[in-house]
Design a protein around this ligand. Structure first.
Ligand code: SF4
Length: 498
């Protein structure tokens, strides 16, 4: 999911009258600003999708005009972070408190219609999800957003909150921005409380879906004249090719260009949806002992075939120590299919990683059951979590898992012979080995096909022309677990990594 940098998220919030810390934006090539906020000021390099900017020196405090000029020159020039779109200069503030506020899209479930989720905490910073008593989690309708009175009611009883009126008004404006611009995630962290009890957004970010951007707002989301970032890494190029061959669903992947701090745990991530990304950022954003190897987003109903391919790329990152996969807890994508993709990637990748997997959504129990059955056969340790466990608990397990050495990995051998079925979309080759299934019963692999695409007639495999293959991997999973490996699926990767 593409992310808006802070200065462009501010434009959206400003239009909805959400109070912001004073700031001005300077782009490369601009004159030195003639009017700047009173010193000290903070400089923030604006790089879409960049996380943990503070940790990587992309947020700097300056106390004099000379320092300002010098640091502006540095941050506006290309560096290890690439080329920033510009630098946001904001006031230093004397904050009495720091809170956290976030909105994310909820695709709904059997019991709930799609809508939004508001998260607010009086503790701010990272790890807010795990702090009961200080966290408000409130679902809201996108068609009938809550009034500030309704929000105020919900805020009652939250530990440490005194500014109920100011905060509820702020959150109302935030929800309007989220709905008005059809965002997937909107995060204010911190939401600062000044000494007079007023509140302002100190830092903010948003994620959006390209196709949801209205014509009238294109200038904010895609500013004209902005240099597009083509400094793709080899693995990012692979993901571009995967998306080209199978454009359904979101497959976003960007590697961290920074150098990890000494001793930091290097975590490869597969974050499912904007909610997964938001939870991860909330949990680890300010931690120096965790180095996020990559940003990722796999969501929007992508097939297990595509999830597998993106996972193979994520696992291929050099020096990664663990894989962490999480969604927001209510994924649209079938979690059993996702688990099949993860299992396939961990058994076929030449560089599997110890994995922490949090499944949440349709068939999440089946997803965990699958790993209960197969974990012992993998060359790496795998731990699964139900959706009720928030990612901060998973982060506590990273240290334990990261120290593990991987057993010798057997080189994956692709099935031999001619595939029985070539699936065009999503691309995959299905092999059937009749010699492995000689009994009269319908093979479990064929029974497992949820669309009826695979059929068994008179002891032979057929396909139903009226049905289609959705790339769920259920046939291969059942063949390996309950059959005799009579069906195997080969998912080719783009040539550069194949
Ligand atoms: S053949 Fe059926 S079970 Fe196998 S991947 Fe396709 S839809 Fe899924």
């Amino acid at each position: 999911m593409p992310a808006l940098p802070e200065y462009r998220t501010r434009i959206l919030l400003e239009r909805e009258n959400v109070p912001l810390v004073n700031g001005i934006f300077v782009s490369p090539g601009d004159e030195y600003p003639s009017s700047i906020p009173e010193m000290p000021v903070y400089l923030k390099a604006q790089i879409p999708g960049a996380t943990s900017r503070k940790k990587h020196g992309l947020v700097r405090r300056v106390d004099t005009p000379e320092e300002l000029q010098e640091n502006l020159d540095t941050l506006l020039s290309p560096g290890s972070w690439g080329q920033a779109e510009g630098v946001l200069i904001t006031n230093g503030l004397d904050l009495r408190d720091e809170y956290y506020a976030g909105c994310m899209l909820d695709f709904g479930s059997e019991d709930n219609l799609p809508g939004g989720i508001l998260l607010f905490s009086t503790e701010g910073g990272s790890g807010v999800e795990g702090r009961s008593g200080t966290l408000l989690k409130m679902r809201f309708s996108l068609l009938h957003p809550p009034s500030s009175d309704r929000i105020k009611k919900e805020l009652k009883g939250l530990e440490g909150l005194r500014e109920h009126a100011a905060v509820s008004e702020f959150l109302k404006g935030m929800i309007s921005t989220f709905i008005g611009y059809k965002l997937i995630v909107l995060e204010i962290n911190p939401l600062g409380v000044l000494n007079d009890g007023s509140v302002v957004a100190v830092d903010c970010r948003a994620e959006f879906e390209k196709s949801a951007v209205r014509k009238a707002d294109r200038d904010v989301f895609f500013p004209p004249g902005l240099k597009s970032s083509r400094d793709l890494t080899e693995l990012e190029e692979v993901v571009e090719l995967i998306n080209r061959d199978d454009p359904s669903g979101t497959g976003f992947f960007r590697q961290n260009r920074e150098t990890p701090s000494e001793g930091a745990f290097r975590v490869a991530t597969n974050l499912c949806g904007g909610g997964g990304k938001m939870l991860w950022e909330m949990t680890t954003g300010s931690r120096t002992d965790i180095f996020t190897m990559n940003e990722s987003d796999t969501s929007g109903g992508l097939s297990a075939f595509k999830s597998y391919r993106i996972l193979m790329v994520i696992l291929a990152q050099r020096d990664a120590q663990v894989l962490l996969l999480t969604g927001s807890g209510m994924a649209f994508q079938n979690q059993h299919h996702l688990a099949a993709a993860v299992w396939k990637a961990l058994r076929e990748s030449p560089t599997p990683l110890p994995s922490l997997l949090r499944f949440g959504g349709t068939d999440e129990d089946k997803a965990r059951e699958l790993f209960e059955r197969v974990s012992g056969t993998l060359p790496v340790r795998v731990k699964t979590y139900p959706a009720v466990v928030f990612p901060n608990a998973m982060v506590d397990d990273i240290m334990d898992m990261a120290g593990e050495t991987t057993e010798t990995v057997q080189r994956y051998k692709a099935p031999r012979g001619k595939p029985e079925i070539i699936v065009e979309i999503p691309p995959g080759r299905i092999y059937f080995f009749p010699q492995k299934w000689r009994n009269d019963e319908i093979p479990p692999s064929i029974k497992a096909c949820p669309t009826g695409f695979l059929q068994w007639k008179n002891g032979f495999l057929h396909t139903d022309p009226e049905a289609r293959c959705i790339g769920c991997l259920m046939c291969e999973t059942a063949a390996l677990l309950d059959g005799n490996a009579e069906i195997l699926i080969e998912l080719e990767m783009p040539e550069v990594v194949d």
